[in-house]
Design a protein around this ligand. Structure first.
Ligand SMILES: [Mg+2]
Length: 225
């Protein structure tokens, strides 16, 4: 079984700012914020960690109730804003997923900092959500490495046996994706379709780094090695 666990933002798709705008609008809707919403780093991080930083920056208690309210507002704004944005599916992604999905020896999954519902909104907008059978999401964990562990557990539950980690790949666009793949002993493909250059990603020592997946052949040759 070949297991491919994909990051979403900057790897499968770009929402071109819809996610950030939805989060800012949700912060303003749920909490009494005057002035700009704090500019916290988003890339490669989990939604739980991003919101924890936003709460800290604005002096908001990091309670489960505040998290739940912010998440519900964010999802509603995301659903609306993603319709208006100039988002895109990244090169080579759609044909690759359509080719691999019917294969019984391939399991496609997600390993993302998005919440499960946020991931569904983003991927269904681009008609990609039906490809993924399992996932690890950013609802519960601040640390992406913990999300990777959950994703691997979900994979093992799905295939009902331990998997050969040489045949598990994490695909992502940030050093955090490379690190979380390493944390679970998987192999890692880094793609320079997000905020990081190919050179920056190569410095994190993935098994392979590519400009994009328009030509996936250099990666395919490693699937059976
Ligand atoms: Mg990403």
């Amino acid at each position: 079984m070949l297991v491919l666990l994909f990051d979403i933002d900057g790897t499968l798709i770009h929402t071109r700012g819809a996610g950030r705008r939805a989060l800012e609008e949700a912060m303003r809707e749920v909490f009494p914020i005057s002035g700009p919403v704090a500019d916290v780093p988003l890339h490669g991080r989990t939604d739980r960690a991003i919101c924890r930083d936003l709460f800290s920056a604005h002096g908001i208690e990091p309670t489960d109730q505040n998290w739940t309210q912010l998440k519900q507002s964010y999802l509603a704004h995301l659903q609306r804003l993603i319709q208006t944005g100039p988002g895109e599916v990244l090169p080579g992604i759609r044909p690759l997923l359509e080719e691999l999905r019917p294969r019984e020896d391939v399991l496609l999954g997600l390993l993302t900092g998005n919440t499960a519902a946020g991931a569904r909104i983003k991927l269904s907008h681009f008609d990609l959500d039906q490809h993924f059978v399992v996932g690890g999401y950013g609802d519960l964990h601040s640390d992406r490495n913990d999300v990777a562990r959950v994703a691997l557990e979900e994979v093992e539950r799905q295939v009902a046996r331990p998997v050969d980690l040489r045949r598990v790949w994490v695909i992502g666009d940030t050093p955090a994706d490379v690190a979380c793949g390493r944390a679970i002993g998987a192999r890692v493909l880094a793609v320079a379709t997000g905020q990081h250059t190919l050179g920056e990603l190569q410095q994190t020592a993935p098994d392979l780094a590519l400009d994009n997946l328009a030509d996936a052949n250099p990666w395919r040759t490693l699937w059976h090695s």
